[in-house]
Design a protein around this ligand. Structure first.
Ligand code: ACO
Length: 331
């Protein structure tokens, strides 16, 4: 018999420092008006210089563990999704394991851009369904400010830092939600539309690679925008089909928080009223892998979700990856 998978705890962390649009106006040739009308973003959080991705991840993990009333030592595995690891290796999950005081459980890195949370739900569920795993901590964390080119106005106005975590469990005890299924995919043909070209084995760090600014995030915004809308709409459809339900059954869509115009376009594409989409990017910017789980945590704290309602996280990211999941909210 397949075991049921629950989200037993949820937590999110945003660094203290807030960077406003008016501060960005002093850094690059942009305006609050352009950023708000083209993206919806008003402010974002930026990590301190001495905070690495694992520090953000550990903060979110501690909150999710407290929410689940479980100890780090109860975790049978730790997954961390990030595109800004502390170091190219070892896995950021290993640093988090130490920081939160978990046992010597397996630690897994997941490199799927902003689709991190939904990918981890699907991957960790496979382990939980099979056993002997009972509790798995999944964490999405990114310090995008570390790979942001602060002279590139087309990217620096949208990128931000943050982390979110969920405790997945096979035990139905004080659970926040049940994971009912999902869909994950990738289209490698678009891999170079959104990438960090320098620092890997293709372009190892050299004086030239640094001078050419290859260690910063590069994005073809227009092309990524088009893929984001089409691929997220497809992921929504596939996840609904897999769960045998229709769009009207979903009370709240919780999309990747990249750009308000992308969220509006998906709503139109799939014929779902915008009011059913959770959007917090005005306050958070694009925090990559963590973004939709931060949105989910903020929305539940505001009392937006009711017991028994169906939620659909839906994401898109570097890869180009896309993903959607169906959750039943429990409270
Ligand atoms: N301020 C002022 N003007 C700007 C800015 C800025 N910050 N950025 C670009 N412009 C200008 C451009 O130079 C261009 O001027 P031109 O017409 O004179 O050439 C004009 O504004 C329009 O530029 P576009 O690139 O067409 O702007 P667009 O409306 O596409 O918005 C954006 C750019 C916000 C990046 C958008 O394309 C986008 O959101 N793309 C998708 C982002 C995304 O979802 N990424 C995936 C996840 S990110 C991750 O995984 C880490």
């Amino acid at each position: 018999m397949t075991r049921r998978i629950f989200i037993r705890g949820l937590g999110s962390y945003l660094p203290e420092k807030v960077l406003t649009n008016s501060e960005l106006e002093k850094m690059v040739d942009t305006s609050d008006e352009w950023i708000v009308t083209r993206t919806g973003i008003r402010e974002r959080h930026i990590a301190a210089a001495d905070q690495a991705t694992s520090d953000l991840a550990a903060e979110a993990a501690k909150l999710a563990l407290a929410d689940a009333s479980l100890d780090a030592k109860d975790m049978d595995a730790i997954f961390v999704a990030t595109v800004t690891p502390d170091m190219p290796f070892p896995s950021t999950a290993c640093f988090v394991q130490q920081k939160i005081g978990a046992g010597n459980c397996p630690c897994v890195g997941v490199e799927v851009g902003c689709s991190g949370i939904v990918y981890m739900l699907e991957l960790a569920s496979g382990l939980l369904e099979r056993g002997p795993y009972k509790n798995i901590l999944i964490i999405a964390a990114d310090k995008l400010s570390a790979v942001t080119d602060w002279t590139d106005r087309s990217t620096c106005v949208i990128l931000a830092d943050g982390a979110a975590a969920m405790v997945l469990s096979t035990e139905e005890k004080g659970v926040r939600a049940e994971y009912l299924g999902g869909f994950i995919a990738a289209n490698g043909a678009g891999a170079e539309l959104l990438c960090q070209p320098g620092g890997g084995s293709r372009n190892p760090a050299t004086e030239k690679s640094v001078a050419e600014r290859l260690h910063f995030l590069k994005m073809n915004g227009k092309e990524v925008f088009k893929h984001a809308v089409k691929d997220m709409a497809f992921a929504v459809d596939m996840a609904l089909r897999r769960c045998g339900i229709g769009p009207d059954d979903i009370a709240h869509f919780v999309p990747h928080q990249a750009n308000m115009r992308i969220i509006e376009a998906i709503a139109e594409y799939v014929h779902i009223p915008l009011e059913r989409f959770v959007a917090v990017l005005q306050r958070t910017g694009n925090t990559s892998s963590a973004s939709l789980a931060i949105a989910m945590d903020m929305a539940r704290r505001e009392g937006r979700f009711k017991r028994g309602e169906l939620l659909m996280p839906v994401a898109f990211g570097a890869g180009l990856t896309s993903s959607a999941a169906v959750l039943r909210w429990n409270g």
